[in-house]
Design a protein around this ligand. Structure first.
Ligand code: ZN
Length: 383
């Protein structure tokens, strides 16, 4: 794929580098890279990959741009709030480099569509924030022998590595089992420094470019650990596991599986209402009605103190989830108790714990304080 005069000028700082040159730039132009997620990691990666002259960039994301994304998802702008992320991202990329062909997939990546989408690309860049998609992407890449560049972020910590089937270990060699659902907080629950995905997404984009031009030492079998608070970058080496169920010597997984089930995620209401997992719930509107009727009950907020500073439901008593066991004596099992958190996940765990401790009159606020803001009190800020 030869370069036009415009492209020669545009990429001149690449062309004069011996590691890239005309040959490398032509490889970039011929390359097809699929970015999974147009969020925190996908934003900086897409911006730099488009600027660098990747010929075809695929964007997969089913989400819409939300105000709470703008703190870190720098490909989107305030005026794009509410629009599909892939559309907003595509527009921005066209502004940066009209030579890039951007293909959008406004859908959730699943085992039913991944092979159809994947087949047109050479390299994947994983910018997802959930385990089921990571295992799905990993297995699909192992089956099709395509490399995927992994990144993950939480608060001040980030990681990145390259999984290259046939040349090194896979995601399952590194993380054989997903963590139990709810054990690892997401960025939506625990927060993330807005700049952090910029650092990790750019490391991922760098690895993509290196793989395409075939220069340097790719991050295969090396996990980079970045700590923004200490400002350190560490490297942990890891190997292919001969017993890996997907890339090992005798693989037991030979086709895509049900990744929601694998990651222990309940699907639909019928599983949610199964046996011991039954958590009594109350809606935000029902809670408001109880308050209006001056019913006697205790409202326990199990979020963290810094979240409690952002917003709170009037009368709530703060006991962070992690402190419930040691402070359970502050609650009386004779009282009616309602527990709330941000979205209802942590409070469901608190209700489960209290039930085990013998509390019978305890309910979870469905949807958490976010539902309260939406359904009862719009003056209560959302975050
Ligand atoms: Zn493996």
């Amino acid at each position: 794929m030869s370069l036009s005069q415009d492209e020669i000028l545009r990429y001149s700082r690449h062309l004069i580098m011996p590691e890239v040159g005309v040959e490398g730039q032509e490889k970039l132009k011929a390359a097809k890279v699929l970015l999974i997620g147009s969020g925190g990691l996908g934003s900086p990666a897409a911006l730099y990959l488009a600027a660098a002259g990747i010929g075809t960039i695929g964007l997969v994301d089913f989400d819409r741009v939300d105000f709470s994304n703008l703190q870190r998802q720098i490909i989107h702008s305030t005026k794009s709030v509410g629009r599909p992320k892939v559309e907003s991202a595509k527009e921005r990329l066209a502004e940066i480099n009209p030579n890039v062909k951007v293909v959008t997939y406004d859908e959730m990546l699943t085992k039913d569509n991944i092979m159809r989408i994947l087949k047109d690309y050479d390299i994947l860049l994983d910018g997802t924030d959930n385990f089921q998609t990571r295992y799905l992407v990993n297995d699909a890449c192992v089956f099709t022998k395509k490399p995927f560049v992994y990144g993950s972020i939480f608060r001040f910590d980030g990681q990145a590595t390259v999984f290259y089937p046939g040349r090194g270990p896979c995601y399952r060699c590194l993380f054989a089992e997903p963590p139990p659902p709810g054990m690892v907080p997401s960025c939506a629950e625990g927060g993330v420094l807005g700049i952090l995905p910029g650092v990790i997404g750019v490391i991922q984009a760098t690895e993509v470019v290196k793989l395409i031009i075939g220069k340097g030492e790719p991050l295969i079998g090396r996990l980079m650990l970045y700590d923004a608070l200490k400002m350190t970058l560490r490297e942990v080496k890891f190997r292919r596991n001969p017993k890996c169920p997907v890339c090992g010597d005798n693989p037991s997984i030979k086709e895509l599986i049900d990744y929601d089930a694998f990651c222990g995620l309940a699907r639909g209401q019928e599983e949610k209402s199964n046996g011991a997992k039954m958590i009594p719930e109350i809606s935000a509107k029902e809670l408001k009605a109880m308050m209006d009727k001056k019913e006697k009950f205790i409202l326990v907020d199990v979020r963290e103190p810094n979240e409690f500073q952002i917003n709170r439901i009037p009368g709530a008593k703060l006991i962070p989830l992690g402190n419930i066991p040691e402070r359970v004596h502050e609650l009386d099992s004779a009282d009616n108790i309602v527990v709330n958190c941000h979205f209802g996940g942590r409070s469901a765990k608190a209700v489960e714990f209290l039930q085990k401790m013998g509390f019978k009159k305890v309910k979870n606020l469905a949807g958490g304080i976010d539902a309260w803001s939406q359904d009862v009190d719009p003056s209560c800020p959302r975050y």
